[in-house]
Design a protein around this ligand. Structure first.
Ligand code: DGY
Length: 320
């Protein structure tokens, strides 16, 4: 009997072609719609492996029913949608997609930082709406990036890649992380500081930290109040690390200057969400790793991980 695989989002058939003879593959038929929960549960009950995206909750309810399940391959480096501990207890291997998306996500983080600082999106909307009457000295004036201080919260692979880009702009790079990374400090010329010092001194505070019980809502009112009034907050990690109501108040009251957000507590963020009403917010629909090249590599990696798990081999990128 061939192993059964369920893929929770439509992906192009060329990716699954190499596995068609070895696996029985079923797939949610929509690319832009989340799999219905009961459909996911039904397939989880029968599947040997699941290919999931960050919109699927792989929780106790699902894992308790998934009697044949050997592995879950998540199409993301983050895995806060999965109860990894419980999966481990059940002997189910969880994999993610690190490395292949590092530079792409760092590119987007830097693009968002630049767009926010230089008001690129606002300026583009301005010109398209016919409001450009003449050159003026401070028309759409923003903040400089070069030679400023960037504070990176969470110095994982993507944090390091953001630091490399920042050094290219001759920025002073501070970071805070659970543990110091002396090799990174030596290689990149970055400086470890306490969280408190980082938020008080950085011109750009960049969240690169995964969402865990410890990091949930770590950016709240008390943090925004300590930042410089000229600070720009960038988040390309997970929306849950921010208290969005507090961020809204900080931006509205100009406690901080602006925010660039690729991620939100609830995605998709509602069209009428207060944050989207603010001119000093640049918002993107969670596209950190969204390039054709990288998303293709992520899909290939998920399938390779499933292949290894089903063969009883160590997957390429298990969640440790
Ligand atoms: C990730 O990989 O965790 C991103 O947020 C999704 O591309």
């Amino acid at each position: 009997m061939k192993p059964k695989i369920y893929i929770s989002r439509k992906i192009p058939s060329r990716f699954i072609e190499p596995y068609k003879d070895s696996w029985t593959i079923e797939m949610w038929p929509e690319e832009d719609e989340v799999v219905e929960r009961d459909v996911l549960l039904k397939h989880a009950r029968e599947a040997d492996a699941l290919f999931t995206t960050l919109t699927e909750k792989v929780d106790r309810e699902l894992l308790d029913q998934a009697v044949n399940l050997k592995g879950v391959a998540n199409l993301a480096v983050g895995y806060d949608n999965i109860d990894v501990e419980y999966a481990r207890e059940k002997g189910i291997v969880v994999t993610n997609t690190p490395d292949v998306l590092t530079d792409t996500t760092a590119d987007l983080t830097f693009a968002l930082l630049m767009a926010t600082a230089r008001r690129i999106v606002e300026a583009e909307a301005f010109i398209r709406s016919g409001r450009w009457t003449t050159w003026t000295p401070f028309l759409m004036a923003g903040a400089d990036i070069h030679h400023k201080t960037i504070g990176i919260v969470g110095m994982g692979r993507i944090g390091e890649a953001v630091a490399r880009r920042a050094r290219g702009f001759e920025m002073n790079v501070l970071y805070h992380n659970r543990s110091r990374k002396e090799e990174v400090e030596n290689n990149l010329g970055v400086q470890y500081v306490s969280f408190d010092e980082l938020i008080r001194t950085a011109d750009f505070v960049v969240s690169m930290t995964p969402l865990t019980k410890e990091t949930e809502h770590m950016f709240d009112d008390s943090v925004f109040k300590k930042m410089k009034s000229s600070a720009i907050f960038i988040n390309t990690s997970r929306g849950g690390v921010v208290n969005e109501e507090d961020l809204y108040q900080a931006l509205k009251n100009h406690d901080i200057q602006a925010a660039g957000l690729d991620v939100f507590r609830n995605e998709p963020i509602a069209e009428n969400h207060p944050l989207l009403k603010l001119d000093n917010v640049t918002a993107l629909p969670h596209i950190g790793s969204a390039t054709y090249e990288t998303r293709s590599k992520m899909i290939e990696l998920c399938l390779k991980n499933i292949d290894h798990i089903l063969k009883g081999e160590e997957p390429v990128t298990p969640v440790q």
